[in-house]
Design a protein around this ligand. Structure first.
Ligand code: FAD
Ligand code: ZN
Length: 474
């Protein structure tokens, strides 16, 4: 092992092979569920260095864990406890290689922080629409590795839809250059799509060509109280019909989730009180318009009028300024922090066809209340994409840690069985990681699992790329 470390030092420089000191930022997952121990954290600065590191590790039979911002929520970017795995951190690879305005694309290295890419696009008068609460620290390589979703998917799609091409270092240390930036390219299997969402198990993404978009002329945000989940889905249908491509955000929040923000973040201005007899759900809608603010407001007001008539909206606030729009978004984005203040909880990131979500929620709420009386549901998420963060919190006054330890397995079983019954997915946007390996084995079809194993075996026969992530170790 010392010989391997010596060769890695020669490739990336001694300062970028970290073996001592505090490596917790690389060895512990973001939610602090797992703490591993690496052989070393290696920080290459170029594709050639990544390829050389991989070749040395492959020759030594040493596993590699690709890592970006380490903000993933499925324990996919941290080493195990063996002290034998190399964490390959891409954060030094943060160059912007090329901006192609006419092609509406840019080519960026894997370690670029998402927020810096949004800002760069904005400076060019363009939009890079990928947006999620971890954007200040997650990297585009990690976004691609997990096929991240976020809050703009309803209009712009997941990270996959935003990607035109990749550069990848294979588990053998070869470089595949797929950075042509083409919007059409039907030349055999789509290798790009194979690597997107593969969570570092098939190769290392070192650079990507991503789509850019024109900036909208105006953006308006509304916060609406709705009488039921069924009404929220009706509102989604109306919004699609009347705003078309202008609908860029559609988030739902349960009354209890909103109440937690009011309770734990009293400094925030929340437009509704969320008391016990308040409406059960709230929707945040965003309308982006390519013409003007005036046009955006007229269309939004027409939509809300229809929604009031329909009965799917009881009350609504439309932001008067960009600052107010940010405040409304901030309320939605504060739910994860507010629920953390309330105590540990059991998290789910599920998707179901929007049409079936009302029945799913009614069914699953009832099952959980029956099995664990008093249980509290922190239900919120990206309803426009059929994606709910359907989280389960201990009954009022209960010991949150004990609840998590004792009930997590059972609650997961109840929720995931219901998801399967309604034809949904147990992981909508956070991936499988090491956390949900058992669920994948249980809920994915044997045919699909067989193809996944065959792909893994074909590309990484040594099994050195992020072993135990997505698929179980042999
Ligand atoms: P990491 O956590 O470092 O890695 C994630 C996975 O990708 C690992 O399996 C890793 O091995 C692999 N990987 C990393 N870099 C590469 C690479 N260069 N090549 C190949 N594989 C690689 N996710 C959403 O989808 N939507 C959300 O709305 C959302 N909100 C979040 C909010 C908060 C507050 C937090 C903490 C997380 C949130 N996430 C969300 C999860 C997380 O931010 C995303 O999964 C993000 O895409 C991970 O990026 P990262 O750079 O931190 O990757
Ligand atoms: Zn989310």
């Amino acid at each position: 092992m010392t010989a391997l470390l010596e060769r890695l030092r020669q490739i990336v420089g001694p300062a970028h092979v970290l073996t001592d000191g505090d490596l917790i930022a690389y060895e512990q997952d973001w939610r602090r569920r797992v703490r591993g121990k690496s052989l070393a954290v290696v920080r290459p600065a170029s594709t050639a260095e990544v390829a050389a590191v991989v070749r040395e590790c492959a020759a030594a039979g040493t596993s590699l864990i690709p890592q970006g911002g380490n903000t993933g929520l499925s324990v996919g970017s941290t080493p195990d406890e063996s002290g034998t795995q190399v964490v390959l951190s891409l954060t030094r690879m943060n160059a912007v290689r090329h901006i192609d305005r006419d092609n509406l694309s840019f080519t960026v290295e894997a370690g670029c922080i998402l927020q810096s890419l949004q800002e760069l696009a904005e400076k060019q008068g363009l939009l890079f629409p990928l947006s999620l609460a971890a954007e200040g620290s997650c990297t585009i390589g990690g976004n691609l590795g997990t096929n991240a979703g976020g809050t703009q998917v309803v209009r712009y799609g997941n990270t996959r839809e935003l990607c035109l091409g990749l550069e990848v270092v294979t588990p053998q240390g070869e470089v595949w250059d797929g950075l042509k930036g083409l919007r059409k390219d039907n030349t055999g299997y789509d290798l790009r799509d194979l690597f997107i969402g593969s969570e570092g198990t098939l190769g290392i993404i070192t650079a990507a060509t991503m789509k850019l978009f024109p900036q909208p002329a105006a953006q308006l945000t509304a916060f609406a109280a709705v009488p039921s989940m069924e009404a929220a889905v009706r509102l989604l249908g109306l919004a699609h019909q009347h705003l078309g491509a202008g609908l860029t955000g559609f988030e739902v929040m349960g009354r209890f989730a909103l109440g937690l923000v009011i309770k734990h973040m009293p400094q925030l201005r929340v437009p509704f009180a969320a008391q016990d007899d308040a409406p059960p759900y709230y929707v945040l809608l965003e309308n982006s318009d390519s013409e003007s603010e005036q046009h955006a407001r007229e269309r939004f007001e027409a939509l809300l009028e229809l929604a009031f008539e329909d009965g799917c909206v009881l009350d609504a606030v439309v932001a008067e300024s960009l600052a107010q729009a940010h405040e409304l978004w901030h309320v939605r984005e504060s739910i994860p922090l507010a629920q953390a203040e309330e105590g540990l909880n059991i998290k789910h990131d599920i998707s179901i066809a929007a049409s079936r979500i009302p029945a799913f929620v009614e069914h699953t709420d009832a099952v959980l209340q029956r099995e664990i009386p008093g249980v509290r549901l922190v239900n919120f998420g990206h309803l426009g994409d059929g994606n709910l963060h359907y989280n389960v919190q201990a009954p009022e006054g209960g010991d949150a840690k004990a609840f998590l330890n004792e009930q997590e397995h059972r609650v997961n079983h109840l929720v995931y069985e219901a998801v399967a019954e309604f034809g949904g997915s147990f992981s909508a946007e956070h991936g499988v990681g090491a956390l949900k390996v058992d669920q994948l084995q249980k809920y994915q079809s044997p045919v699909a699992l067989g193809m996944m194993r065959a792909i893994k075996q074909a590309l990484d026969p040594q099994g050195i790329m992020n072993p135990g992530c997505i698929l179980p170790r042999d």
